[in-house]
Design a protein around this ligand. Structure first.
Ligand code: SAM
Length: 151
C-alpha cells in the first residue's frame, strides 16, 4: 500500500491556505480524499471544523485510527460526491480542498458540478491539478483542462 506525504506538509501550500482562510474568514475546511488523515490533522490546527471523506476502506480505517483523538475532524467513509451531496448547500463560506483521486477515479468534474448546481461559492483548491512526473496524473491533467473550460 502506497502511503503519500500529506499535501498540507507542503509549507507553501499550507501558508496559502491560511492566507485564504484569514482573508475570507473561513472556519470550515472540507477535504475530499482523506488518504490516511495527514492533511486533516494539520488542518485541524487552523480550522474550527474539518470535514473529510475517504472511499477506500483500508485508508478509511487508517484515517479513523489516526484521527480518533481529534475532536474537530469529521471523517466520512464515502465518495467525495456522496459527501458533497450530503453537506451542500452550505451557508458559510468554506475552503474546499479537492484531492480525491485514484488510479482510475477522478471525481473532480462531479465535485465542481455540485458546487455549480448548489450555487455555492467556496474557496476551491484543486490539489494535484498538474503533476508532470506522474503518467496517471498527466492524463488526468488533460482531462481537467477540458472540464474546467466546460464548467
Ligand atoms: C492524493 S490522496 C489524498 C491525500 C490527502 N488529501 C492528504 O493530503 O494526505 C487521494 C485519496 O483520494 C481517495 N479517493 C479516490 N477516489 C475517491 C473518491 N471518489 N472519493 C473519496 N476519496 C477518493 C484515494 O483513496 C486516496 O486516498
Amino acid at each position: 500500500m502506497n502511503i503519500c506525504k500529506p499535501a498540507l506538509s507542503d509549507k507553501f501550500l499550507l501558508d496559502e491556505i491560511i492566507k485564504l482562510k484569514n482573508k475570507y474568514d473561513c472556519k470550515i475546511f472540507i477535504e475530499t480524499g482523506t488518504h490516511v488523515g495527514g492533511s486533516s490533522k494539520i488542518a485541524s490546527n487552523f480550522f474550527d471544523r474539518v470535514i473529510t471523506c475517504e472511499n477506500y476502506q483500508p485508508f478509511f480505517e487508517m484515517s479513523k485510527e489516526n484521527l480518533s483523538s481529534i475532536p474537530n475532524v469529521e471523517l466520512h467513509n464515502k465518495s467525495s460526491i456522496g459527501l458533497l451531496e450530503e453537506i451542500f448547500p452550505l451557508k458559510e463560506r468554506v475552503i474546499l480542498f479537492l484531492d480525491a483521486h485514484g488510479a482510475d477515479d477522478f471525481p473532480l468534474l462531479g465535485e465542481l458540478k455540485l458546487c455549480k448546481l448548489n450555487e455555492i461559492k467556496p474557496i476551491i483548491i484543486i490539489h494535484d491539478f498538474y503533476v508532470p512526473d506522474s503518467m496517471v496524473m498527466q492524463n488526468s491533467h488533460t482531462m481537467y483542462i477540458k472540464l474546467v473550460i466546460t464548467i
